[in-house]
Write a protein that binds this ligand. Structure first.
Ligand SMILES: *Cc1c(COP(=O)(O)O)cnc(C)c1O
Length: 460
């Protein structure tokens, strides 16, 4: 049969839309939308026929329309189960929020709020006011500002304080943070001239001093958050840089990255620089993310000297990068956990980090036992969990995984991809040809879905 005559076998749009199976979709979403999707499905079918395929039956096209409807109306992005053991996974949305942070976003998103109104006077207020006392209390800074994310905080800070001037950066800190975000590019975008000093592994205060001139707008220090320089190294302490800058009014800007407000060494990890330390070292402004080790929503936070923060607030870019009300509400609620001394138990990323390996092992054992009853064979093995998200490079926590050896006719990759296709997708990892799931990063309420997904996939 020729392609042209086969094309004639395709049903009309009218016939597709009138299929019984599409009646509920027409009722729910209106005829117009179903007609449009039927056209799209028929276009796809026509292209297939032109490549030599037989014309699909009307019912098959109606099925295709139904799946287009489902795609259009499905929530997206949708929840997944993070069984990778990587606590702050940027591709999986970084920090899960605490109950209080979620409730705060919900309450403010659902209705109106005192976002920019002073309830005492009835006059216009500042959305930044909501965070001031919390951030001052936690970090010891004079003032604070929250914007869309840390990248935009840096862009704003550099633009407001050093546009048209030189910014001195150690060669070891002119880094790429990830996703194309590079310190030299941000400087250029902010209208600053990068003056890099020292070498990749060693930089001294005298390098900064030698490069200083009346053109110097700021010293920028950036935490090498996603790699480690080891061995013969020397980096300049913030205190020494502050002392150098004070002689001629050059502020030190410190990008600490992850926003660790608790001491990471308490959990057996290397020390991650904290905003508190930078403030007490006298740094002018400290920059950090809201959704890394701080454990809140996406945000960029700037704390530091009052006059410097005020210059950022007045800059036109401040409006372009401002934080939205739901993030602001959940950030405030997250910060309150730190003030109340309950961050370790209430902020999910800290709960995950502080969970000891025995607890993780117990959960893996529970999963293993239930799976065994479902005829799925698994082992429980020691492993390491990474922190991730551009913090604590190379640092891991002792952990345990549920480990499954795929049957000989299946690759571990195919098991991983089947897990991603489950109703609640599960993201696992492969090590030594086995599929591994680390319970540390799986929320307790996701245990059942995880076991169900594994059972379904291993029964395939
Ligand atoms: C992650 C990171 C950034 C970027 O922060 P976002 O909140 O993702 O914009 C900037 N600097 C450092 C050192 C970082 O680790």
């Amino acid at each position: 049969m020729t392609t042209t005559s086969e094309l004639r076998n395709l049903p009309s749009v009218e016939r597709v839309v009138n299929a019984d199976s599409l009646a509920p979709a027409v009722d729910a979403h209106g005829r117009e939308m179903v007609v449009e999707l039927a056209r799209e499905a028929l276009d796809v079918a026509r292209k297939r026929v032109l490549t030599g395929d037989p014309a699909p039956a009307g019912e098959e096209i109606a099925e295709a329309v139904l799946s287009l409807v489902a795609n259009l109306t499905a929530p997206s992005p949708r929840p997944v189960i993070n069984a990778t053991g990587v606590v702050i996974h940027t591709n999986l949305g970084r920090a899960p929020l605490s109950d209080a942070a979620l409730a705060a976003a919900d309450a403010v998103g659902r209705g109106y709020s005192d976002l920019e109104i002073d309830l005492g006077t009835g006059r216009r207020g500042s959305r930044q006011a909501h965070l001031q006392s919390l951030l001052r209390r936690i970090t010891g800074a004079e003032a604070a500002l929250a914007v869309n994310n840390n990248a935009s905080a840096l862009l704003l800070g550099l633009s407001a304080l050093a546009a048209g001037r030189e910014v001195i950066v150690s060669r070891g800190e002119a880094v790429e943070i990830g996703g194309g975000f590079r310190i030299p590019d941000v400087l250029r975008q902010s209208g600053c001239t990068l003056v890099d000093v020292g070498t990749t592994n060693r930089t001294y205060v005298r390098d900064y001093a030698d490069a200083m001139s009346d053109q110097t707008g700021a010293f920028l220090k950036a935490h090498a958050s996603n790699f480690r320089v080891e061995g013969f190294t020397a980096f300049v302490d913030e205190r020494d840089l502050v002392a150098l800058g004070e002689t001629s009014g050059v502020p030190v800007l410190h990008d600490v990255g992850s926003g660790a407000l608790l001491p990471t060494e308490r959990y057996g990890l290397a020390h991650e620089p904290t905003p508190q330390e930078s403030i007490s070292a006298g740094v002018g402004l400290v920059f950090f993310s809201g959704d890394k080790l701080l454990g809140g929503p996406q945000a960029g936070i700037v704390v530091g000297k009052r006059d410097l923060v005020a210059r950022l607030e007045r800059h036109p870019l401040a409006r372009a990068v401002r934080i939205d009300k739901m993030s602001l509400a959940s950030l405030t609620a997250t910060l309150a956990h730190y003030v109340m001394g309950e961050a370790e138990t209430r902020v999910p990323v800290w709960r995950m980090i502080s969970t000891n390996a025995d607890n993780v092992r117990c959960r893996a054992e529970e999963w293993r036992a239930i799976l065994a009853a479902n005829r799925v064979v698994a082992r429980v093995e020691p492993a390491r969990s990474a922190i991730g998200g551009g913090s604590l490079p190379g640092e891991t926590l002792p952990s345990w995984t549920l480990t499954i050896d795929p049957p000989s006719d299946r690759s571990p990759e195919s098991v991983l991809s089947a897990l991603r296709e489950q109703p609640t997708p599960v993201i696992a990892r492969i090590e030594e040809d086995a599929v591994r799931l680390d319970p540390r990063t799986v929320l307790p309420e996701q245990d059942d879905d995880t076991i169900q997904a594994l059972t379904a996939v291993m029964a395939q």
